[in-house]
Design a protein around this ligand. Structure first.
Ligand SMILES: N[C@@H](CCC(=O)N[C@@H](CS)C(=O)NCC(=O)O)C(=O)O
Length: 211
């Protein structure tokens, strides 16, 4: 088994933080995303989508999605549980994971990929025909980012975790998406949002966050 990983990028970080929380060690190969190593011919043999992370299994199968990879390890190593145990927890964590992906992570991706010169004609991540940037979408990304931050701040009022009383994959995905937005210079959502700021400080202080 080998985990194809990459520095700085959010989707690989999601898997690293998850593995650190679980205490799971996996052999890794680090791909140079900034240098475009994933765009070379060889990497297409691992992941035709040319995205990171990807987990190569011993039978040659490849799981080419960060949450798919975490689900795989969760099935192998259920403790400590990060995707919930009760039906209610499982449902709520899944709902937050989807919301974080669509309303927060995509907000950052939309605003970054439609303005940064590195993504000219690659405005959507993955293997596509040339997709030109649409500068007007940058404002849409900003609008979604701010609106999601308000929703999250209200949800975290009186809560230390997204769901239930312990850390879950929703907290990990939320932390990674928020940090991604801050790193790409979207407005810091912690400013003026006390509950979000308190939650972020708590999750970011866990040793796993440095993975
Ligand atoms: N759904 C995928 C998305 C993976 C993804 O978008 N990876 C980005 C890094 S965060 C990537 O490899 N981008 C390469 C590119 O756009 O050229 C997952 O969560 O694993």
């Amino acid at each position: 088994m080998k985990l194809y990983d990459a520095a700085w990028a959010p989707s690989p970080r999601r898997v690293r933080v998850y593995l650190a929380e679980k205490g799971i060690e996996v052999e890794r190969a680090v791909v140079d995303l900034r240098g475009g190593e994933h765009l070379c011919t060889d990497f297409a043999d691992i992941n035709r989508q040319r995205q990171l992370p990807a987990l190569l299994l011993d039978d040659g199968s490849v799981i080419d999605d960060s949450l798919g990879i975490c689900r795989y390890f969760e099935a192998l190593h259920p403790d400590p549980p990060l995707f919930g145990t009760t039906p209610k927890e499982i449902g709520l964590i899944e709902a937050w994971l989807r919301r974080i992906e669509h309303d927060c992570f995509q907000a950052v991706a939309i605003s970054l990929r439609n303005r940064a010169p590195a993504f000219v004609d690659r405005a959507v991540s993955g293997e596509w025909p040339a997709i030109p940037q649409i500068p007007a979408l940058v404002d849409r990304g900003h609008c979604m980012w701010n609106a999601f931050a308000d929703v999250l701040d209200r949800h975290l009022d009186g809560r230390d975790h997204m769901v239930g009383e312990r850390v879950s994959m929703a907290d990990i995905a939320g932390l990674v998406a928020i940090d991604f937005g801050i790193a790409t210079r979207l407005p810091d959502p912690r400013i003026g949002r006390e509950s979000l700021a308190r939650w972020h400080a708590g999750i970011a202080a866990r040793p796993s966050a440095a993975a």
